[in-house]
Each structure stands twice: as C-alpha cells, then as structure tokens.
Design a protein around this ligand. Structure first.
Ligand SMILES: CC(=O)[C@@H](O)[C@H](O)COP(=O)(O)O
Ligand SMILES: NCC(=O)COP(=O)(O)O
Length: 259
C-alpha cells in the first residue's frame, strides 16, 4: 500500500468560459475566477480547450499561463485530445501537466478513457514529445486495473481515473462496489509506477468518500459541480468547502491535509 499522500485540488474553469461565451461582454472572467480560486487555496487550474471553442479558447489558455507564472507553487493542467488541438497548446504554454483525453471533436462531454493496446502506438510519440518539453503526462482512463501497466508502458507519468461511473452510483447500493473498483485500479496504477489523478462529476457529496477510499490520490480536477457551487457560495467559500471535504477524506485515509 502506498504511503499516505496529500491530494491536490485543481479547479477546472471550463464552465466559467461557457457562460462568458453567451455574450460579447467578457464576463464572467475566467482569469478572475482562477485568481480567486488560487487565492482561496486551490492547488491548480485545469482547462479543456475543445476544438469547437464552446468554452475555453486559445486566449484563455495563454492568459491563464501568464497568471500561473505568478503562482509558482500552483499547477497548470491542460486537457485535450493530443491527436486534435492539444499539442499546439502544450508546445506554446508548456504547462505542469498535459492530460490526454480521447474525446471526439463534437463530444458532449468526456465519457471514456484510452484503451490499450489499441491506442498505444499513436500515444507513445506524443507522450515522448511532452516529456521533451518538460511536461508531465496523465492519461484519462477508465478504472480498469488491467489497463494500468499498459498505460505506464507507453510512458505515462500518471493516469486520471474517469469518475463518472462512481458519481452515478453515489447514494445507491452500488456505491461501495464502485469505490472498491477505483481503489483496485489505483492500486494497480501505483504498482505500475504511475501517479493517480481523478476527475469528472466529483462534487461536495461524493468527494470525501472517494478521497478516503482511493490510495495514492495525488490530484482531483473538479469543474462542473465546483462552478455550480460557486454560483451560490462564491469562489472562496466553494474552494474552502472542497478542501474541507478533501481533508475529511484524507484524515480517514490516514494522509495529511490538502497541500
Ligand atoms: C476530462 C474530463 O472529464 C473533464 O475534465 C472535461 O474537461 C469535461 O469537459 P466539459 O467541461 O467540456 O464537459
Ligand atoms: N478532469 C476532470 C475535470 O477537469 C473536471 O470534470 P468535471 O468536474 O467538470 O466533471
């Protein structure tokens, strides 16, 4: 079993950009949201600049990179499909982490991870290019233990466990079985030498149990529910609420407190 580790909160600001794009007024500001979240204690910012520009756009990616240069301890995580538009952003910005997601251009939202061995050969050189640029690579993966070693074999540093199936089971009799599935996948990832991230549909209800149950969890990236909560609580109180959830989960897991 891995030694207890603290889990970082990366706030995904996609949905701030989505609302902004419904008018030509520049509000709500993505930069204002990111700055407020960092000031409140978020450990990083995540964006997913999809090819259709529905929310995060190239100017957001560049402006957030400039902001994060003022926050050297915070991480910048850029998500996307490396066979589409992601690599141009990685070359331009060199974020802390690139999260490869196998989404199609018109996909409603992310809903599956990579598959091995099918995806191995096209990912391997793209991962190598990120490493040559000094960028860590996380692969968006379904929680399948047998897929973790193949993910490591193509050069990934981390996996991001796709957590929608867990979120959908939250509050049902299948909840604990899902948690065991994610714990097994995380353990297999750790055994393979991978770091473990997680994300998609995590929220204030389901987060603490997930953090408590999944060994070695280094980062959660949370956007849709976070922005929804921030509409009611404000950014600062929303960050504090999510960090408190994570602290409860880590205390139960025997880890420290959120970094
Ligand atoms: C990869 C993932 O699960 C999310 O980070 C993704 O960014 C969600 O995309 P939308 O915000 O476009 O639904
Ligand atoms: N990688 C997951 C992420 O960044 C945000 O997903 P969601 O919380 O918007 O579902």
């Amino acid at each position: 079993m891995s030694s207890p580790c603290a889990t970082a909160l990366s706030v995904n600001v996609n949905k701030v950009a989505l609302v902004r794009n419904t008018r030509h007024l520049g509000i709500p500001s993505v930069l204002t949201a990111a700055r407020a979240c960092l000031r409140a204690g978020a450990h990083g910012i995540t964006v997913h600049p999809r090819p259709d520009g529905r929310h995060i756009r190239a100017q957001d990616v560049a402006e957030l990179a400039a902001l994060l240069r003022d926050w050297p301890r915070a991480e910048y995580n850029i998500e996307g499909n490396p066979t589409q538009n992601l690599m141009d952003f990685i070359r331009q910005v060199r974020p802390s982490q690139a999260t490869f997601v196998p989404d199609s251009e018109d996909q409603f939202t992310s809903d599956h991870g990579w598959s091995f061995p099918q995806d191995a050969e096209r990912l391997r050189p793209l991962i190598a290019e990120c490493h040559a640029l000094g960028v860590r690579v996380s692969l968006f993966m379904d929680p399948v233990a047998a897929q973790m070693a193949p993910a490591r074999a193509v050069g990934a540093d981390r996996v991001e466990l796709y957590t929608e199936p867990y979120a959908a089971a939250w509050g049902t009799p299948g909840q604990d079985a899902q948690l065991r599935r994610y714990a097994e996948a995380a353990h297999a990832a750790l055994q393979a030498g991978l770091g473990v991230n997680a994300g998609h549909d995590l929220n204030l209800d389901n987060l603490a149990a997930f953090v408590a149950s999944v060994p070695g969890l280094l980062e959660v990236s949370i956007g849709h529910a976070f922005v929804s909560d921030a509409l009611e609580l404000g950014y600062e109180r929303a960050v504090q609420a999510y960090l408190a959830c994570m602290d409860r989960g880590m205390a139960e897991r025997g880890a420290g407190v959120a970094r």
